[in-house]
Design a protein around this ligand. Structure first.
Ligand code: SAM
Length: 302
């Protein structure tokens, strides 16, 4: 697949995505949990003592159940990262459900696609009847031969628009995304979506450090933009704001990175390490102070 291919109407280009995610798999391995999940975990409440890895596992299962991917025999994961969701989809089956026959993950990062394939190849729990494919491809370019039974997208929506897009432009792009997802889903199918969003307008975070520095060419959505964009295409059956889950996740990542700082500097240099430290600190503050929200949706195809 050609990684330089344009992404049509969408936000961050493959080059911008790779500037972030191709920093190196081993660098991310230093501070993410062992599932290599790079998005908010899910805790029951602030008294829940689950480890990051357990809370990440719970998040994966939440999306699998809410999208119906635990029953579907074909699943699309848009923004699949290192492939944890699809490997969990193979293992997490509802009572009486057939095995997952086909899982397709889309990413714009070559490093992620390569590691997702090798982690999957070495995963002994994946039976031969389950085929997992990781494609270097934007959602806008994906042309499945048949509709999927379920779609999941976690932590990718943040990359679909650019800082220069105004609200109508953002809504148009998000609508193109929801239209594409509706068309790629079998009738009655569901999509589970997770994204960071700006909080209330008066609490808005200036786009600066989070977006420009660490996520080039990316802009966050606001809740009303998502609702307007999905209107008539998907019924929003459930929505929750788990902002403190992401605050907690970022704090744990920051502590992990601090503990591995010398190794991180060896791998990616002082400046890059400092940028990630700054980003994780800033993001944790944003979530705990209401400026950033973490939205999770269950949506049913109309
Ligand atoms: C923060 S990572 C989340 C990865 C994974 N879902 C997780 O939770 O660990 C964002 C992912 O979105 C992907 N992505 C960004 N823009 C995309 C696009 N237009 N089409 C498909 N994937 C995209 C990135 O390549 C990356 O895999």
């Amino acid at each position: 697949m050609d990684s330089t291919k344009t992404t049509g109407t969408t936000g961050a280009s493959p080059a911008a995505i790779q500037a972030h995610y191709d920093v190196g798999n081993e660098f991310y391995r230093l501070w993410l949990d062992e599932t290599m999940t790079y998005s908010s975990a899910l805790w029951r409440d602030e008294n829940d003592t689950a480890s990051l890895a357990e809370a990440q596992q719970r998040k994966l299962v939440w999306h699998l159940k809410h999208s119906g991917a635990d029953r579907a025999t074909s699943v699309l994961d848009i923004g699949c990262g290192w492939g944890a969701m699809l490997r969990a989809a193979v293992r997490t089956r509802a009572d009486g459900a057939a095995p997952l026959a086909r899982g397709v993950g889309l990413t714009l990062s070559e490093a992620q696609a390569a590691l997702a394939r090798s982690l999957t190849a070495s995963d002994q729990t994946i039976p031969p009847e389950s085929s997992l494919e990781f494609r270097l491809e934007s959602w806008a370019d994906h042309q499945p031969a048949k509709p999927y039974g379920a779609i999941i997208s976690v932590g990718a929506f943040e990359h679909f628009t650019k800082p220069a897009d105004d609200a109508p432009a953002k809504i148009a792009i998000y609508r193109a995304f929801f239209t594409k997802c509706r068309d790629m889903l079998a009738p009655g199918g569901r999509m589970s979506l997770q994204t960071i969003a700006y909080g209330d307008p008066e609490d808005a975070v200036p786009a600066g450090p989070l977006v420009e520095d660490i996520f080039p060419e990316s802009e966050l959505p606001r809740l009303p933009e998502i609702i307007l964009a999905a209107n008539g295409l998907f019924e929003i059956e459930l929505y929750r704001n788990d902002r403190t889950d992401y605050g907690r996740t970022c704090e744990i990542w920051a502590a992990n990175l601090k503990a591995q700082k010398a190794r991180a500097i060896e791998m990616v240099g002082k400046e890059q390490t400092r940028r990630y430290e700054r980003y994780l600190k800033f993001a944790a503050w944003g979530f705990f102070s209401h400026r950033l929200h973490l939205l999770r949706f269950r949506m049913k195809r109309r």
